[in-house]
Ligand binder design. Sequence first.
Ligand SMILES: NC(=O)c1ccc[n+]([C@@H]2O[C@H](COP(=O)([O-])OP(=O)(O)OC[C@H]3O[C@@H](n4cnc5c(N)ncnc54)[C@H](OP(=O)(O)O)[C@@H]3O)[C@@H](O)[C@H]2O)c1
Length: 366
Amino acid sequence: MTPLPNTQTAIKINEEYKLVKIEVPVHSELEGDEILVKAKAIGLNHVDNYFADFKWASPGTGVGTSLSGDVIAVGKDVTRFKVGDTITSFTFGSDSEFKDHGALQQYVKVLETNSFQLNVKGYASTSDIPKGPITNYEDGASLADALITIGISIYHTFGHNDEKDKTILIYGGSTNVGQIAIQYAHTLGWKIITIASQRYETLLKELGANIVLDYHSESLVEDIISLGEHIDYAYITTGSTKSVEQVYEALPTEYPIKLEGLQVPNIDFIENKKSNITYELTRAFTSHERIITYGNGASHKPKPGTLKSLKEFVPIIENLQKQGKLKHLPIKVLPGGFDAVNEGLKLLKEGKVSNQRLVIRVNEEI
Ligand SMILES: NC(=O)c1ccc[n+]([C@@H]2O[C@H](COP(=O)([O-])OP(=O)(O)OC[C@H]3O[C@@H](n4cnc5c(N)ncnc54)[C@H](OP(=O)(O)O)[C@@H]3O)[C@@H](O)[C@H]2O)c1
């Protein structure tokens, strides 16, 4: 291995809970299941804001959840990757156990469980990358978090099965998670009803959705009910408690339904509960199936069996990528590398990013 530098550029949370670019040591000692990656492209996600804004991370910890890069070292228990491979990974730095993790740095430690071999090679030739198959570093970095998220929500919670006659309702079909979820559910042969802006109807139908309803509709609950569909699973990828209330109200009462959310922790606020509906929250940060503790002291338990499910799910995704069955959203590469992180996160916070992923290239820094 080429000798590593002693220090590297990283984005960390400072004492004022701001994200700042600083020089930090390179940590190259690895646990058995860890991989050291020379980051090439890093995707920006809403959660990077939450770490700081909600004090999920402690000062000094790293942020960033999605990256692609080159493998430069592997822990003794790693079996699927070797030095020289390219890798697409989900990672996180907020957990007290993994303070030196976090994608927004030049040399990133990731867990093998959260890593995909998607054959990403080299940088794209443009900074405005259109929707398409996963081929470059930027493509992988744009969707690693969404892949692990749907692995927990759809594969694990909804339960993988070979029955093709299932129907899933996906609220927030145009989000990154929503578009990846539609594509994956389509490969399972499920019927897909999705709720998004009407301007995305053609796009979402191309990805595999059968029915697209408008989330702006004043009569959304009735719109869902009047479809008369037998909905087996409902997946809420965005929105507030209002989205959960609307979907919950629209779901039938006659048979068991699994409802999964990404933002609302529980449904205590719903007055008229339906005994046939079970609600759960996906927390991608428990993908390693360990209890996580945030900087604010809050602890969260993993869903039992997550690790086993992800070990099965990751190769399925790798296969879909090989067959060209997974497309990333349009990507905007922000010029300036790490210097562009705060500008990108501001755009996300202001809701100015729609049907697009923001990615930085690390190479510009080196
Ligand atoms: N719990 C977890 O483990 C986990 C994991 C991953 C992501 N998340 C969370 O999931 C959410 C989605 O993340 P993402 O990166 O996939 O989002 P994203 O791609 O940034 O979402 C942007 C899209 O959301 C749509 N949208 C906004 N408000 C909506 C609403 N009320 N109803 C329907 N669509 C709406 C927008 O459409 P328009 O422009 O047409 O409005 C836009 O296309 C974020 O809050 C993220 O933090 C949680």
